[in-house]
Design a protein around this ligand. Structure first.
Ligand code: RTP
Ligand code: MG
Length: 156
């Protein structure tokens, strides 16, 4: 806890290929929710990288469709920080299935920008442990060299 007694967390937020065109609205929503973006990059994942990232889902029926989708175009990966960032970002996303989201959380990002149960606009880490693994996947800590212009956030 910081000096105000709140739980500042970091989470991985990913804008999936179907919603990259909406990056402006999504960044606005993040700041409106009192969260901060502390790292960001646009990347293309190979099939192998996507399979590694989603390894927990490798035996699921939707695994192939999921990999097909997330390798179909660029993603925007962000480290998002703030009070209860893990749950606040998942709440902003809304229910996994965008059609469910349109019924149950019409203001959510998946309701607004997703299509169905697979093409659903975004990803959010589901726990602090997942966040640590997933942030390391997209933003690996490197020994030694720091490239220029990398902002370092140590607290809010
Ligand atoms: P995410 O990991 O992307 O933040 O989403 P989530 O926790 O709400 O959903 P999860 O169960 O972890 O599923 C990961 C992603 O797989 C795709 N999916 N397709 N039945 C389906 O077609 C299906 N179910 C899941 C979605 O892209 C989901 O976000
Ligand atoms: Mg998940």
């Amino acid at each position: 806890a910081n000096k105000l007694g709140s739980k500042t967390e970091r989470t991985l937020a990913v804008i999936k290929p179907d919603a990259v065109i909406k990056v402006g609205d999504i960044i606005q929503s993040i700041y409106d929710a009192n969260l901060t973006i502390t790292k960001a990059k646009m990347v293309m994942l190979s099939w192998k990288q996507a399979a590694d990232f989603y390894t927990e889902h490798q035996s699921k029926s939707f695994f192939n469709n999921l990999l097909q989708f997330v390798t179909s175009g660029p993603l925007i990966a962000m480290e998002v920080m703030g009070e209860e960032a893990v749950s606040v970002w998942r709440k902003l996303l809304g229910p996994t299935d965008s059609e469910t989201a349109r019924k149950e959380a019409p203001e959510s990002l998946r309701a607004r920008y997703g299509s169905d149960g697979t093409r659903n606009a975004g990803h959010g880490s589901d726990s602090l442990a997942s966040a640590a693994r997933e942030l390391e996947f997209f933003f690996p800590s490197t020994a030694g060299h720091s490239p220029p212009n990398t902002a370092k956030y140590t607290d809010c």
